[in-house]
Design a protein around this ligand. Structure first.
Ligand SMILES: [Zn+2]
Length: 165
């Protein structure tokens, strides 16, 4: 049986718990659509923080790489993934909705007593995926053409930030 940890979010944060592990990329079914190949492994490290700016927080670190297809030259390339996010835990959905939408700030999620760690990792990886993946070289020539710079992590958060103004 594969590694399927489930945590009680608030309890995990309050007790400063730690958890780490790894999964083959192939196990992340929701990523399959955007992958060129399911080769590779994603490692994670999850840490509970009892209080950060008034809220319990889960700090999630993800390392690994994904095999993507460049949308410019259609060549396969390796997309390195090294991210660390803070997830502020909210006790109710009302609290989550009441948070101002801030692309720069930590994301709020609903705390549950049976949170699947693999789903948390998958959510964050999906958010970090580029909308139109490109080789670094293809990305910079495309950026010249478009007159703007595309970062490798231009995902949903970037979009939220750019539509806010
Ligand atoms: Zn390319």
């Amino acid at each position: 049986m594969s590694h399927q940890p489930v945590i009680d979010g608030l309890e995990f944060a309050k007790s400063s718990s730690k958890l780490q592990g790894a999964w083959p990329v192939a196990e992340f079914l929701r990523l399959h659509d955007v992958l060129h190949s399911t080769a590779g492994t994603l490692r994670y490290e999850l840490r509970g923080v009892p209080e950060e700016r008034g809220r319990p927080v889960l700090r999630l670190k993800i390392d690994g790489s994904l095999q993507l297809l460049c949308q410019r030259c259609l060549g396969a390339f390796e997309f390195p993934l090294h991210m660390e996010v803070s997830l502020r835990l909210a006790a109710t959905q009302f609290e989550v909705d009441a948070e101002p939408l801030d692309a720069e700030g930590p994301e709020s999620i609903l705390a549950g007593n049976e949170m699947r760690v693999q789903a948390l990792v998958e959510d964050e990886v999906l958010l970090a995926m580029p909308i139109a993946p490109r080789h670094p070289a293809c990305a910079s020539s495309a950026a010249d053409a478009a007159g703007r710079k595309q970062t490798p992590f231009a995902g949903l958060r970037g979009l939220i930030g750019s539509t806010k103004h």
